[in-house]
Design a binder for this molecule. Sequence first.
Ligand code: TXA
Ligand code: MG
Length: 316
Amino acid sequence: MAHIGSSISEAKEILDRGELIGLPTETVYGLAGNALNPASVSKIFQVKNRPQFDPLILHCSSIEQVKELVSEFPDKALKLAEEFWPGPLTLLLPRKKEVIPDITCSGLPRAAFRIPKHKIARKLLEKLDYPLAAPSANPFGYISPTSAMHVNNQLGDKIEYVLDGKVSKVGIESTIVGFEEEKAIVYRLGGLDVNAIEAVIGEVEIMPYSSSSPAAPGMLKSHYAPKKTIHLGDVDDLIRKYKGKNIGILSFHKKYAGVPKSFQLSSSQNLDEAAQNLFSYLRLLDESDVDLIITELVPNEGLGKAINDRLKRASV
Ligand code: TXA
Ligand code: MG
């Protein structure tokens, strides 16, 4: 098992040596290493069992640092950065090829950048003289971790240290935005509401996920899948359909008192709270003894869009 601790200097010492740590962020925990060191980045792919065609996000401490890594910072992108960084927004920007190694961004002309808001992540990033490449700290294709314990349970035998930053407040991965010509495209719905983005730069296009050659490989449907089968629909109908089975329920707000393994995402119907609970409740159900998981969509507004996106991908 990795050591879970709160020492920023210990985390820095490990990263400076080219090794990896578990990194808390406000969205989900990352598996972090020096983004400019190909050997460190290669370890990230190995530990996660992630195919190298799936590029990583570079976590930076300031817009100035990002500017040193890109060949161009389009106006709309800069507006979004100034408005929402630090925060749950990832921008795809043309990279400086001589600075960012191919392996970090799978040889693509663009790289993904984000300045996280989490206090501990920011403190650490400010002390480093390189950005951190950090995918979500889960084995490839599984649910993202929202606590240090989640990271330790799944990757603890492969890394030395997890920096503890308590529970991730947003609970769902960052929103990914890229630009083609003047058009802004959302490649992954996430912790920053699309309406907030549109309020700053006008209308954006949302890329649907697909099962073949996705622009962002995180758009693959099979992502976020727990080991147990998830059935998405009307909870009461599904309870009737699977009568006799040992079911687990993940409902939006309704209580199912007669079902022992039943979780409500938010009893007060708050979508931010629902996002924060989503992955940890899915994990609890997946690790429990239920035969199958029954769940429902939440209202398709605010973070509800990103929650529904994850539920659809995780279900059969
Ligand atoms: O909230 C988050 O974004 C978390 C925390 C740790 O920051 N990170 C995260 O990373 O979710 P990851 O690797 O699990 O998902 C990043 C997604 C992947 O689907 C990847 O395909 C896409 O971003 N991506 C990264 N670089 C890209 C690029 N240059 N072009 C297109 N897609 C890219
Ligand atoms: Mg991920």
